[in-house]
Design a protein around this ligand. Structure first.
Ligand SMILES: C[S@@+](CC[C@H](N)C(=O)[O-])C[C@H]1O[C@@H](n2cnc3c(N)ncnc32)[C@H](O)[C@@H]1O
Length: 216
């Protein structure tokens, strides 16, 4: 049987070691803070049963995609991360922790969404702290199948972001189906679930940088 605690401890060791060389997370991050990021990544498992094939956008040092891959060994996870050092770190963890369910793709989400091997291939997408909801939707919806779900980890201003995302939801074909509220440390956190209701129009995602510069 796979011992998840063992793997997660190995991941923490690798991150602490690697963070001394490359700035993967804030230099001042201590073990308690790291544990909080891990708990925050896993919060979704108290709410939904993830299944099928998943993609995480902007995984950074591992949150939430890599942590979910450790705890859900039956789900194949693709981790999309544009930054070279971070994507190399994620690949290293995958190799050293024998995570056969992890594939790391060093690409911008805008490019990934146009890659026919990735476009509309996933049952669900996760993402935390990457972009505002309307930008995130242009990154994420092209990657999931019609009927698939996009889960976005958000702070207390999620309702504002949701209002701003009205047009993006309409243009891209998505609707907010549920919001999960929970506490992470002393902060209120939310995971917003968007269902993809229609195939993504051909022209999305737009070129690299445009979704953030000219949000829908
Ligand atoms: C603030 S960090 C958050 C990392 C992690 N998700 C977390 O919650 O700790 C944002 C990450 O998203 C990546 N990123 C930002 N925009 C991206 C894009 N368009 N495509 C792929 N990765 C992106 C950055 O390189 C960075 O590692």
């Amino acid at each position: 049987m796979i011992d998840m605690e063992y793997i997660v401890n190995k991941y923490k060791e690798l991150l602490i070691q690697e963070n001394k060389k490359h700035n993967l997370v804030s230099r001042r991050m201590d073990v308690e803070e790291l544990d909080e990021h891990i708990r925050d990544s896993l919060a979704i498992l108290d709410w939904v049963n993830l299944s099928g094939r998943g993609v995480d956008i902007g995984t950074g040092a591992g949150f939430p995609g890599l942590i979910l891959a450790i705890y859900c060994p039956d789900i194949a996870f693709t981790l999309i991360e544009a930054d070279l050092k971070k994507s190399m770190f994620l690949t290293k963890v995958g190799r050293e922790c024998n995570l056969s369910n992890v594939q790391v793709v060093r690409k911008r989400a805008e490019e990934a969404g146009r890659d026919l091997e990735l476009r509309e291939r996933f049952d669900f997408c996760t993402s935390r702290a990457v972009a505002a909801m309307r930008v995130m939707l242009e990154y994420a919806l092209p990657l999931v199948k019609k009927g698939g779900l996009v889960y976005m980890w958000k702070g207390p201003n999620f309702e504002e972001e949701w209002k701003e995302a009205h047009n993006a939801l309409e243009v891209l074909g998505g609707r907010v189906v549920d919001v999960y509220a929970y506490a992470s440390g002393d902060r209120r956190r939310y995971i917003v679930a968007v269902e993809k209701t229609a195939p993504t129009p051909e022209k999305y995602p737009r070129r690299t940088g445009i979704p953030a510069k000219r949000p829908l």
